[in-house]
Design a protein around this ligand. Structure first.
Ligand SMILES: [Zn+2]
Length: 322
């Protein structure tokens, strides 16, 4: 009997010890889990958000430059709990695009806008539907433009093209460059020149041109002198949206960098990229040639923001402030 009672006592003591050990073990485990995953504390149910509005930090507005020349490009970005927004400049409203850490857009300063102080209005809507508005003033300054008389030069004279050819090309480019892909495809960091050496610039952006037809035109890109077959590389990451032959610009590659920004490369001899292809900065996209209307082998390089041609060299020399 007594041995059985002692037996029961030993069993009971054993059970108590095991239970205590298990209970202590669970407690430690729970404590470790809590420390290891503090992110659980940050998860707020959606229902609670609507029931108790939370105050969000006010947006921070950034503008790449306060003084910008003709042909320059401003980068405007907003950091905060933004879900959409716009930038209004010269009565044109541009949508903000979602970037890596901000909502942003590029604002082109056309070759032809008036000089002086100009207002930029940035409006954003927050995830809690609160709206913010910011006004900035930028100073637009002029530049000296080179001049070229094409009136005796029949090679690159666009009036040599039929009106239908010119209108077809303009329509193709307008349809392409007016499109605003709502996603950032370009990567931060310096934009690359499309040739791997310091090629001679034979015609700058903005050059005034007289074709002898009474109309004033200006050069919408920059020309680099290079031999036929010289490799051409993407200036930044994006999607190839045009890789086809045009009447004036010849074999032509255009890359969509997202948010209404494009780069384009003309007069190619051969394509090394196809429409629809995603490319990274520095990827081979084609080779220099003299297709289309061209006085000789060269690369015609363009950057277009919201349908307006801007100076590509200001993207690569840091003058745009990004
Ligand atoms: Zn050119």
């Amino acid at each position: 009997m007594s041995s059985v009672r002692y037996g029961n006592l030993f069993v009971s003591l054993f059970v108590i010890i095991v239970l205590t050990a298990c209970s202590t073990g669970r407690s430690n485990e729970a404590s470790i889990e809590y420390v290891a995953r503090p992110a659980y504390e940050d998860v707020t149910p959606v229902a609670q958000l609507t029931a108790t509005p939370i105050s969000l930090p006010e947006p921070e507005f950034f503008i790449s430059k306060s003084t910008v020349p003709h042909g320059g490009t401003l980068l405007i970005s907003v950091v905060g709990s933004v879900i959409r927004g716009t930038v209004t400049f010269l009565n044109i409203e541009l949508p903000l695009t979602r970037g890596d850490r901000s909502y942003y857009t590029f604002v082109p300063i056309s070759r032809t806008v008036s000089l002086g102080m100009e207002r930029i209005v940035i409006r954003v809507v927050y995830s809690n539907e609160v709206e913010f508005e910011e006004e900035r003033i930028v100073q637009i300054v002029g530049r000296e433009w080179s001049f070229y008389d094409f009136s005796d030069d029949n090679f690159e004279n666009p009036t040599l093209l039929s009106r239908i050819q010119r209108e077809d090309e303009d329509a193709t480019l307008k349809a392409t460059f007016d499109r605003i892909s709502p996603v950032k495809l370009w990567k931060d960091g310096p934009w690359l020149k499309p040739l791997h050496f310091d090629a001679l610039i034979t015609s700058e952006f903005g050059e005034e041109r007289d074709y002898g037809d009474g109309l004033t035109r200006y050069h919408e890109g920059v020309d680099f002198s290079a031999d036929v077959g010289t490799p051409i590389y993407a200036s930044n990451s994006g999607q190839v949206v045009l890789a086809r032959q045009l009447s004036l610009r010849g074999n032509y590659v255009a890359i969509d960098h997202g948010g209404g920004l494009y780069s384009a490369y003309g007069h190619l001899s051969t394509f090394a990229a196809a429409e629809g292809q995603m490319v990274s900065a520095g990827d081979l996209i084609g080779y220099v040639g003299q297709s289309g209307l061209s006085t000789g082998a060269h690369l015609h390089w363009e950057i277009i923001a919201h349908g307006i041609s801007v100076d590509p060299l200001l993207f690569t020399n840091g003058a745009n402030g990004f």
